[in-house]
Design a protein around this ligand. Structure first.
Ligand SMILES: [Zn+2]
Length: 313
């Protein structure tokens, strides 16, 4: 049912939309528990047990988002980050490095750089590296690896601190956490030289055959928006940047069986039927998929989608 929604579209500002999905605070708690990360009431803040979390869908652009007032507090991230593993490599890193080479980039700033894994790869390609990371423990690690860490919020960084402007700014798995994605990306582009790039990587709304729809990490307080490749076009329009490339992770066979089994753990919490076949069917399906080499021509998405936006010269 299309109605006036309490939160205007986070991407285009439209006030009409529909509630695409809902879950209660009790279900969210249970999903975190079955995923192996039980969280305290304190960490979940305004999401009390009987609170209804609603996923909205914009009637103008189709973007899916939540009330950004539910975005994670410091307490939430402190509990979640206790055993946080940062990726050492990922397809979105390769995407950014290929573009860096193509555009002749000489410097990069990674916002939310974790322990500096992407910056390590960028430096190997000869780029000067800057990093920003709110998790202090991770920021210290990145600093020890020799990257120029800037201990500020992105909006407070001056151009002088990044050598007058970088050639590439990367936002890996950041934008889905922020309450105003277009403003955030536009503000980030301030640190990029004219003609330079902003690279954005976010979880795909179509990831893992849609089996991770109820992954609690894809709901507030963790995420406040969900992304499709088509949303990158709207993001370009809203930021005044030019979309130059967009891609998605390949879906690997081993990821199918993992997502299938994870889905089956979450389904009872959402009163949904589990997929059939115990563990043998997902394993068989993933083996067949691998045997046929499907990942190389399949339009199915793995975890993430990513795009590069160019700042006007
Ligand atoms: Zn919209």
């Amino acid at each position: 049912m299309i109605e006036t929604i309490p939160t205007p579209c986070l991407l285009c500002g439209e006030k009409e939309g529909r509630v695409a999905e809902e879950m209660t605070g009790t279900q969210l708690r249970e999903l975190w528990r079955v995923s192996g990360h039980p969280l305290s009431d304190n960490a979940l803040g305004p999401i009390t047990k009987d609170f209804s979390i609603r996923l909205f869908e914009c009637s103008a652009c189709g973007f899916r988002f939540y009330d950004p007032a539910l975005a994670g507090s410091a307490e939430f991230y402190e509990e979640l980050m206790t055993d946080k593993k940062y990726p050492v490599d990922s397809p979105e890193f390769m995407f950014a490095l290929e573009l860096a080479a193509k555009f002749g980039a000489r410097s990069v700033i990674d916002i939310g750089c974790g322990e500096g894994a992407f910056l390590d790869l960028a430096r190997k390609k000869g780029l000067e590296t800057f990093g920003v990371e709110l998790n202090r423990v991770a920021a210290v690690v990145a600093g020890k690896r020799g990257h120029a860490m800037i201990h500020k919020m992105m909006e407070d960084i001056s151009l002088d601190e990044v050598g007058g402007g970088v050639d590439i700014l990367t936002l890996f798995q950041v934008v889905e956490h922020v309450s105003s994605p277009a403003d955030f990306v536009r503000d980030a582009s301030r640190l990029v030289k004219p003609g330079g790039l902003v690279v954005v990587g976010v979880p795909s709304e179509k990831r893992m055959l849609g089996l991770l729809h109820h992954d609690p990490a894809n709901w507030p307080p963790h995420h406040v928006s969900r992304w499709r490749i088509s949303d990158f076009h709207k993001l370009a329009e809203r930021t005044g940047l030019k979309l130059v490339d967009a891609k998605h992770d390949k879906l690997y066979g081993r990821a199918i069986s993992w997502a299938w089994e994870y889905h089956n753990r979450m389904a009872p919490v959402m009163n949904q039927a589990q997929l059939p076949g115990g563990s043998w069917l997902p394993k068989t399906a993933s083996l067949v998929y691998r045997y046929l080499g499907c990942k190389n021509y399949s339009p199915l998405h793995g975890l993430s989608i990513y795009a590069a936006f160019q700042k006007p010269a």
